[in-house]
Design a protein around this ligand. Sequence first.
Ligand code: NAG
Ligand code: NAG
Ligand code: NAG
Ligand code: NAG
Ligand code: NAG
Ligand code: NAG
Ligand code: NAG
Ligand code: NAG
Length: 486
Amino acid sequence: MPTGAVMFVQLLCTVWVVVNLCDGVAAAGSPRHIVFIVADDLGWNDVGFHNPDMITPNIDRLAREGVILNQSYVQPLCSPSRSAFMSGYYPFKTGLQHLVIVNYQPVCLPLNITILPQKLKDLGYATHIIGKWHNGFCNWNCTPTYRGFDSFFGYYNAMEDYYTHTTAGFLDYRNNTSADKTENGTYSTYRFADEAINIIESHDKSRPLFLYLPFQAVHIPIEVPQKYEAMYPNIQTEGRRKYCGMVSALDDAIGNITKALTSSGLMNDTLILFTADNGGWVTENGNNYPLRGGKVTVYEGGTRAAAFMYGSGLQKPGTVYDGMIHAVDWLPTLTAAAGGTPVTDRDGMNLWPSISASSPSPRTEFVYNYDSHPFPEEGHAAIRVGDYKLIDGYPGLYNGWYKPEQVTNMSLTNIKDWATKYQLFNLKDDPNERHDISTSQPDMVKKLAARLAWYEKQAVSPNFPELPDPKSNPQLYDNVWSPGWC
Ligand SMILES: *[C@@H]1O[C@H](CO)[C@@H](O)[C@H](O)[C@H]1NC(C)=O
Ligand SMILES: *[C@@H]1O[C@H](CO)[C@@H](O)[C@H](O)[C@H]1NC(C)=O
Ligand SMILES: *[C@@H]1O[C@H](CO)[C@@H](O)[C@H](O)[C@H]1NC(C)=O
Ligand SMILES: *[C@@H]1O[C@H](CO)[C@@H](O)[C@H](O)[C@H]1NC(C)=O
Ligand SMILES: *[C@@H]1O[C@H](CO)[C@@H](O)[C@H](O)[C@H]1NC(C)=O
Ligand SMILES: *[C@@H]1O[C@H](CO)[C@@H](O)[C@H](O)[C@H]1NC(C)=O
Ligand SMILES: *[C@@H]1O[C@H](CO)[C@@H](O)[C@H](O)[C@H]1NC(C)=O
Ligand SMILES: *[C@@H]1O[C@H](CO)[C@@H](O)[C@H](O)[C@H]1NC(C)=O
């Protein structure tokens, strides 16, 4: 927007409080800064604002002084959620609906899609990513600095050691396009926080900043500096004690980053979005209780994210937003929060007018996933329409309700028992999916199945090559996971 137009809109804001026009304009007259934080595999019940046993004072303060997103949904797994955040498309439209992108697969988020950092760059933003990419890296054009980010510090794959930064035996750690072999021994949560602070402190304040912070925490491997583990002396099992420490280290990082935003004078014009990428992994110490299931399942425990927004533009801070949100909505929603024109031709909807004003969400339905791969290790298909949720077939590996220190021997879902079964839940009355009402409400089953079938017609086949591509071998690239083989 030219300066004159901005001033005119601000004038309108003062005089008439025209909500939708005012939303796009931050106090200083230039677009607001946006910090988008993703926690990896963080469970619904792994944050203090849901569970008082967790020590997350910084996250809790931001959540309570911001807007807690109580029905914000994501995909059941990492790369599908990240692809949805970046593209605004359901993974079943981009071929990423089956499991995740594996190190040796020649697969990435399709290159003909303009993604979130490119949209924000067009609006004048400085754009930076620190942390986990996991949208594919087999070709340089798939990687962050070729897709709209000015800089990248982090790793390409799903997971790695927090200290050596290696996965499957090879390094995966980069500063922009160069392998960084100098960081063996530095815990990534510290490193990523420090890098975020560097970017904040050296940011040219005449431009809006987009900082995408997909942290490594709290995905396996379970590794944490002793001081954070020591915060939970009453937890008996080592895994859960360390995992909770990892969450508190993440919280400390977020505290340090928010301090830097404040001391550099950016905070007043900053909007923070915090979300998990999927539910906690119940066999790896994650806690989604009382929600059902967890990571890899289409139950609520796998898909309903711990999430909040904080800061600039939120007109009802200190409230809970109960409207329906899906991962695909963040591209148009953040574009709108940045003062841009949101896309209308993708799966995502612009929820900025309703989240910022705390008015009802225009979203009334979404697809949890649709996976047509013959071996759906994760949930096969599910849809929500209004208060109702239909699961079609296999729901994913874990179908119970798990308290972390009590997970010892869980029964796993057998694909054969569930392949042809429908489950129906009324999430308003039964958010924890305790009562399958599919037999008592056959008409509702039919209605949701028909809607799911309508979406399924729009699906592409999963892009999931089974065999490792030998050209991916890091030994061909100085022992570093590297682009250049697709
Ligand atoms: C991208 O390319 C694929 C494959 O050619 C095509 O099906 C899809 O519609 C294209 N998407 C966009 C957004 O152009
Ligand atoms: C990455 O590259 C950009 C653009 O070339 C440069 O401005 C920036 O300093 C680099 N970042 C790092 C961390 O080296
Ligand atoms: C990345 O490399 C650039 C140029 O070599 C250097 O100036 C910068 O400090 C490095 N950044 C990080 C985060 O290591
Ligand atoms: C990292 O350092 C440890 C301990 O010094 C060493 O055993 C390991 O080989 C190093 N790893 C890499 C990838 O350099
Ligand atoms: C946060 O900052 C404090 C004080 O500088 C430091 O001790 C701590 O290690 C930092 N934590 C993280 C996770 O970066
Ligand atoms: C930020 O906003 C607060 C409250 O509106 C105000 O007191 C403070 O002076 C502002 N700080 C800056 C740096 O603009
Ligand atoms: C776990 O439980 C199953 C049956 O529920 C049983 O067959 C199996 O032996 C148990 N495994 C262990 C390690 O206790
Ligand atoms: C969030 O949703 C849960 C249902 O899962 C509900 O019990 C709770 O009241 C909601 N919280 C608020 C503050 O609306």
